[in-house]
Write a protein that binds this ligand. Structure first.
Ligand SMILES: Nc1nc(=O)c2c([nH]1)NC[C@@H]1CN(c3ccc(C(=O)N[C@@H](CCC(=O)O)C(=O)O)cc3)C=[N+]21
Length: 297
């Protein structure tokens, strides 16, 4: 029987475990604070940010939300980041991506104080991760590691194929998976749009992680029996539903399930884990900034 990996359940466990750390902080007079900044009117971005705010409320993190008109000058975003950097009640900052074209994304990532960089996207934090000295692991890759661990899938010595080379998922995940550390020690192949024969790569994998943003790119016939499949994609495709769309992953679930030993669904797989690891980074940041020792799950 194929195991359907329940990301909602694993994320709920992590949130429950974080509650202890949050209590420790509150006993020391510190309420962890996460600022989310949204400069977009994309409905998907709005949904994700409001889910992140709801998560904060559930676990007792102070959620601060800033909305900036997507037509406003870029300076408004840069100034908002400066203000949040200087605000002692804000321990973590997340600027929802993508930002409008007239905003310099790299400048945004560079200007968030590295110690408040809850996404782990600042170049200093990217460098530390690659050097094996991560401060904040980016939320989605970290969530994928936690999901594998909770499923009892040891990455050591495994052949992992990561489909996708983005700065926020594919690259950092590949780096984590090759490290001499728990959740690492794998042999990693990173595939992308110029890969010659994707199916030949995925077919020899013990673990396939799909993170390309192409709906249902990975199909059952590209997989070998017993493979673990982690689907990072959350694509909204037009459908005759109440909302007018449905969510599909980068994996064709029905055919992949026939081959997989374990597989994550969309929704309810990696998405909730990404949000849980954002809370994790916020709590970690609050502990470090206030010199309170917190135990993290
Ligand atoms: N600075 C920044 N940090 C991010 O972490 C970030 C970002 N920008 N931009 C966009 C992507 C996407 N992302 C998701 C997080 C959770 C779900 C999620 O919870 N999905 C639910 C369902 C969501 C729904 O119902 O629409 C699920 O898969 O079960 C999805 C997508 C974070 N991102």
């Amino acid at each position: 029987m194929t195991e359907i990996i329940d990301g909602n359940a694993v994320a709920a466990d992590i949130r429950a475990d974080l509650q202890d750390a949050i209590s420790t902080l509150k006993d020391a007079g510190v309420t962890p604070g996460l600022a989310t900044v949204l400069m977009s009117d994309d409905p998907a971005s709005e949904t994700y940010v409001s889910m992140k705010q709801r998560d904060c409320e559930e676990v007792g993190i102070d959620g601060i939300h800033v909305e900036i008109d997507p037509e406003a000058p870029a300076e408004e975003l840069y100034e908002t980041i400066d203000d949040l950097n200087a605000d002692p009640d804000v321990h973590g900052i997340l600027v929802q991506m993508p930002v409008p074209d007239h905003v310099d994304t790299r400048r945004v990532l560079r200007s968030i104080a590295p110690e408040k960089d809850a996404d782990g996207f600042h170049p200093e934090n990217v460098g530390r991760l690659v050097a094996g000295d991560a401060r904040f692991k980016p939320c989605t890759p970290h969530g994928v590691q936690k999901l594998l661990e909770s499923t009892g899938v040891d990455t050591e010595g495994k052949d992992v194929v990561v489909v996708g080379r983005s700065d926020i998922v594919g690259k950092p995940l590949a780096n984590l998976l090759i490290q001499k550390a728990d959740g690492g020690n794998a042999t990693v192949t990173v595939c992308h749009s110029r890969t010659k024969d994707l199916a030949a790569k995925t077919n020899q994998a013990d673990i396939v992680v799909a993170a390309v943003g192409v709906p249902e790119l990975v199909t059952g016939e590209m997989l070998s029996d017993g493979v673990t499949v982690i689907d990072v994609g959350v694509n909204r495709v037009d459908a005759d539903t109440e909302k007018g769309y449905e969510l599909v992953g980068d994996v064709e679930f029905e055919s992949a399930k026939e081959k997989a030993g374990a597989i994550t669904p969309v929704p309810g797989g990696v998405g909730p884990m990404t949000r849980a690891m954002l809370l994790y980074n916020t709590v970690k940041a609050a502990g470090e900034q206030s010199d309170v020792d917190v135990e993290l799950p």
